[in-house]
Design a protein around this ligand. Structure first.
Ligand code: IPM
Ligand code: MN
Length: 348
């Protein structure tokens, strides 16, 4: 029997609640489809930071490298640790260290879920660059606290980085409905975004079967509200993709439904799976967080591990639960009820 080694980082707030829920579903999928999941849980979080002064121990990255996949709940507890510290101490370094350059975020309505839009039949796959761009971390502050204070934060776009994420997007488009929308702001940002547009055109020549649209981020934000059904694969830089995927979550009914996979496509290091949502301190530990985004992220993990049948079954089980009205609106069902409904559908 194949055994997969998972590193679990439940993290903070509802990250703990939804990781527990997702792992229960993953365990049910494993026993139904005949593989084993062996998981080790790491307490790295803001609570860990308060005790140790770091979000993860020295060598944490090397510890994670030995696993087949990483599953993360959510990171952040801004009442005690600034987000800029907690995220740069855990989530963001993992994405970069393991070259998880493709952040895959699907946006569509699950059966029974009512989104805020009139449009229903949309199915968007957002491919967000996940290691460089506006999140490069290059920058600094001068004359801190003085009148002449300066803060500089530099976006970094490398040919290798831009080419590989666009290529990934083209491949996804080819495997879906054959349409790729590349999102930039090249009318205002004349170096990096013009460069991105150029690389898109170069690659388009290699993918004659994919139709390509170029859109600016502002127009794209409007399009996702007005005509999301016209979109297939959307590829964007790190920050643009971050913003568009919260919008994507909103049109699919809320952050409780938005899944996310941080993929290292060449498999030279583990990939990481986490819902798009954050730690939601206001509802943490109350058994009311929607675990569907987390469970869906778990399905993405199973697919990446090579358990396609189990992955499809988990997604079908989520859909069976929501089609019955379970978990379709905040406050309707507890975390445990939703989890149990998904497991029941999986085992049916
Ligand atoms: C996300 C989150 C993170 C990001 C934050 C928590 C740093 O918003 O995964 O979308 O911006 O990437
Ligand atoms: Mn985000």
């Amino acid at each position: 029997m194949t055994t997969y080694k998972l590193a679990l980082i439940p993290g903070d707030g509802i990250g703990v609640d939804v990781t527990d829920a997702a792992m229960k579903v993953m365990a049910a999928a494993a026993s139904r489809f005949g593989f084993a999941l062996e998981s080790e849980s790491f307490p790295w979080s803001c609570a860990y930071y308060l005790e140790h002064g770091t979000m993860m121990p020295e060598g944490g990255i090397e510890t994670l490298r030995g696993f087949d996949a990483i599953y993360l709940g959510a990171v952040g507890w801004p009442a005690t640790v600034p987000d800029s510290v907690s995220l740069h101490g855990l989530l963001l370094p993992i994405r970069k260290a393991f070259n998880q350059y493709a952040n895959i975020r699907p946006h569509r309505l699950l059966p029974g879920v009512e989104g805020p839009l009139k449009a229903e039949g949309f199915d968007i796959l957002c491919i967000r660059e996940n290691t460089e761009g506006e999140y490069s971390g290059a920058g600094g502050r001068l004359h801190e606290g003085k009148d002449n204070e300066v803060a500089v934060e530099t976006s970094v776009f490398t040919r290798a980085g831009v080419e590989r994420i666009l290529r990934f997007g083209f491949e996804q488009a080819r495997a879906r409905r054959g349409h790729l929308t590349s999102v930039t702001k090249s009318n205002a940002q004349k170096y990096s975004m013009v460069f991105w547009d150029e690389v898109t055109r170069e690659l388009a020549a290699e993918y004659p079967d994919v139709t390509v649209s170029h859109m600016h981020i502002d127009a794209m934000a409007a399009k996702m509200v007005m005509a999301p059904q016209d979109l297939d694969v959307v590829v964007a830089s790190n920050l643009f993709g971050d913003i568009l995927t919260d919008l994507g979550a909103a049109i699919q009914g809320g952050l409780g439904f938005a899944a996310s996979a941080n993929i290292n496509p060449d498999r030279s290091a583990p990939s990481m799976f986490e819902p798009v949502h954050g730690s939601a301190p206001d509802i943490a530990g109350q058994n009311i967080a929607n675990p569907i985004a987390a469970i869906w992220s778990g399905a993405q993990m199973l697919e990446h591990l090579g358990e396609a049948e189990a992955s499809t079954a988990v997604l079908a089980a989520i859909e069976a639960a929501t089609a019955k009205g379970i978990g379709i609106r905040p406050g309707l069902n507890t975390t445990q009820e939703i989890t149990a409904a998904v497991i029941a559908a999986l085992e049916a």
